[in-house]
Design a protein around this ligand. Structure first.
Ligand code: GDP
Ligand code: MG
Length: 695
């Protein structure tokens, strides 16, 4: 048996790496993080002829091997370290036929590392409409490589690519140009100092700020570093880039012809309208509105169905298994907890469906560009839009994504305000409360409930912007910034890519968030089913002696309520009740506020657990919440308390994982603590005002 072939997919962003990856691996893939950082690491298996298998790694997009971002560092560190278990036997450089010139830069650099390469020229389906033709034989010779002309969209050329991978031993490792000519004597000295090292690798090691396995920095310092100043090295690097482009130009002049008269002008027209000063924003707003409306209209039915099924399953468990602690734990702790996770699958899937369509189609880049105009005024950067929009999924990757904002001040501000953006974990909380307290009617065909949800997203965004502007005034340090954004052409999204994104995101929600939610549900069940002293353990006798004249059913309910009140969790909730009562919350909601610090969506699971303890009818969570009464007989969830709670969740820093990430990214406890206190105070006072006014 031969070993697996290690394949790395490398290339500029948006050239179709992930699409080629999907075409090669199908669903045989997994997504993890690179150690220590939250950049997605996608790997998969590809079956080749004769039972050979290839391990495929989809690397983050990179423009060159001169690292300027975290993503690029990952690529360089892998290519410089032969000991890395992912070190490629063959590098597939994916390029876009419309942007060959720019895409080939990184190709020529990888050739210089003497790694066997295959050049994929992707998007072959767009050649005709753009009037492009290629002389593939000539290009293969001029670039010393094998070429696969591929359309990941039309699924053409993939088999040829697989054959090339299977025969990777035949690939040339000859560089295609000699970069050392930029300064012959310097490179000669370098090679003499390290005769066993590969020359271009030495050059990268000197000029980059990365880990590079075996050669130690000290050795370099002594022998080579001192012979050139930093600015001289920069100048040489620029010379290198120019030389590479000269080479690429001369090759493309022979190997590629573009007949511009055949190209169509649709892109220009679409760009004019989507980036228009007025229509651009109007279109974005309408798209947002439709997305939120669709999330509502399409996921209502499956959610009700899931809710009802779990209620039944819980009933069935209690009826079938022998009564006892284990049955209670299963029915009220585990099943209620799992139900609290599963129910949000439809909504999360729809949200990511839309986000990935917007990204896939190239529209998202327009939004970033459009928003830069606005962002600037608030001390943010066009690039802050990416964290802010990613924040709708989860603040944690969003805060990590601020790393490519060059200015520290703009980056810090983005980090501090991102948690105001409504993340998907808040969605469950919003949805259940909205469905309880906001009426079902429609206004101009839009449901009040959908409008409320959109409003919550907008005030989150608004608060982020206001805080950013405030911080911009307060924070007293200057730093410069510049803004470059990739503007890919508009494309019809690839169904396969969209499907895989939705699948991956939903899966990670279920397993990542699900674990926490389930664990906390069980802990809460334990805390709610046990309590200190007689008040809890002798609840039956206490109630029975006090209310001897009541029916058995009423007594049971009284006992259950009395027990919950005197359980451990009841004691915690009661302790904080005086603080939250002015906001319209009781101690049961207080319990939810405490537990949801682990992750916001836990709030729903907590309520599900609390209201299940001792309840005996097959009601859904929503029904249970609706019928929950205060001591004075009025419902707990009213318009006033509901809105107060929605606002609290919109603004409070309710998530310990986010705090941990902010600590890591700012490298101090100062900022996360300021953020926690600040956001909690804002949330408290806004909810307080809202409750007191509406009530
Ligand atoms: P990556 O950033 O390099 O991973 O690129 P993606 O795989 O995400 O693709 C970027 C965009 O190009 C997406 O909108 C894809 O649907 C689109 N795309 C990928 N392959 C092709 C292709 O062969 N033809 C066309 N027309 N579009 C493609
Ligand atoms: Mg990709």
């Amino acid at each position: 048996m031969s070993k697996q072939i290690n394949v790395a997919l490398i290339g500029n962003p948006n050239t179709g790496k992930t699409s080629v990856f999907n075409a090669l691996t199908g669903l045989n893939q997994k997504v993890a993080n690179y150690p220590g950082i939250t950049v997605d690491k996608k790997e998969g298996l590809c079956k080749l002829p004769r039972g050979v298998k290839a391990h495929i790694l989809d690397l983050p997009g990179t423009y060159s091997l001169n690292a300027s971002s975290l993503d690029e560092n990952i690529v360089i560190e892998l290519l410089l370290n032969k000991n890395n278990k992912d070190y490629p036997d063959v590098a597939i450089i994916v390029s876009d036929v419309e942007n060959l010139k720019r895409n080939l830069l990184v190709f020529t650099q990888i050739k210089d590392l003497e790694i066997p390469t295959i050049l994929v020229i992707n998007m072959a389906d767009r050649m005709v409409s753009n009037g492009i033709s290629l002389d593939v034989d000539y290009l293969e010779k001029a670039l010393n490589t094998k070429i696969a002309l591929v359309s990941a969209r039309k699924n053409t050329g993939i088999d040829h690519l697989k054959t090339l991978i299977a025969n990777y031993r035949d690939l040339s490792t000859e560089p295609c140009l000699n970069a050392s000519e930029i300064d012959k004597s310097y490179f000669e000295r370098l090679q003499n100092a390290f005769p066993n090292q590969q020359l271009y690798k030495l050059w990268l090691v000197i000029t980059q700020d990365v880990n590079f396995g075996k050669i130690s920095r000290q050795e370099m310092d002594v022998a080579a570093f001192k012979t050139k100043s930093k600015s001289d090295l920069k100048r040489l690097q620029q010379k290198e880039t120019v030389k590479r482009y000269q080479f690429i130009n001369s090759v493309l002049k022979e190997g590629q012809t573009i007949d511009a008269s055949k190209a169509t002008g649709l892109r220009a027209r679409l760009d004019r309208i989507t980036m228009h000063k007025f229509w651009g924003y109007a279109i974005f707003f309408v798209i947002l509105l439709s997305i939120f409306q669709a999330i509502y209209d399409w996921s209502g039915m499956p959610m009700d169905y899931i809710d009802a099924s779990f209620a039944q399953l819980s009933e069935w468990t209690k009826a079938t298994l022998p009564p006892g602690v284990f049955t209670d734990l299963l029915a009220d702790g585990v099943i209620a907890g799992v139900g609290g996770v599963v129910i949000f699958i439809p909504q999360i899937a729809f949200l990511f469906l839309f986000i990935s369509i917007l990204e896939e189609s190239g529209y998202m880049s327009r939004v970033v560009f459009l928003m830069d105009r606005i962002m600037r005024r608030f001390g943010l950067n066009g690039k802050s839009v990416i964290p802010l929009i990613s924040g709708t999924a989860c603040a944690i990757p969003a805060i990590m994504a601020t790393r490519n904002i060059e200015s520290w001040k703009e980056r810090l501000i983005t980090i501090l305000v991102t948690p105001f953006i409504t993340c998907s974990a808040r969605l469950p909380v919003y949805l259940i409360i909205i469905s309880l307290v906001i009426p079902e009617g429609r206004f101009l065909g839009l449901s009040y409930q959908a409008l409320t949800l959109m409003f919550l997203y907008l005030i989150g965004f608004g608060m982020a912007i206001i805080s950013a502007a405030t911080l911009n005034r307060i924070l007293r340090f200057r730093s410069k910034s510049f803004f470059v954004v990739e503007m890919p052409s508009f494309k019809v999204p690839l169904v396969k890519n969209v499907f895989i994104t939705v699948f991956e995101k939903t899966k990670s929600f279920v397993f990542e968030a699900g674990k926490i939610i389930l664990a906390i549900s069980v802990i809460i069940w334990v805390l709610a089913s046990n309590g200190p002293g007689d008040a809890f353990n002798k609840a039956d006798t206490i109630i029975e002696t006090d209310h001897a004249n009541l029916s058995q059913l009423e007594i049971d309910q009284k006992v259950a309520a009395y027990k919950l009140e005197h359980s451990y969790i009841g004691i915690i909730g009661k302790t904080i009740e005086p603080i939250i009562r002015p906001l319209g919350y009781d101690w049961k909601i207080g319990i939810g506020l405490v537990t949801s610090f682990a992750a916001r969506e836990v709030f729903v699971g907590t309520l599900a657990t609390i209201y299940s303890v001792g309840a005996d009818s097959p009601e859904t969570l929503k029904q249970k919440m609706a019928s929950e009464k205060r001591e004075n007989g009025l419902p707990v969830f009213t318009l006033a308390s509901g809105i107060s709670l929605l606002l609290f969740y919109a603004f409070a820093m309710q998530c310990m994982s986010t705090l941990a990430v902010v600590k890591r990214e700012t490298n101090s406890w100062k900022w996360p603590i300021i953020q926690l206190i600040g956001m909690t105070l804002i949330a408290y006072f806004i909810s307080l005002i809202a409750f007191q006014i509406i009530q």
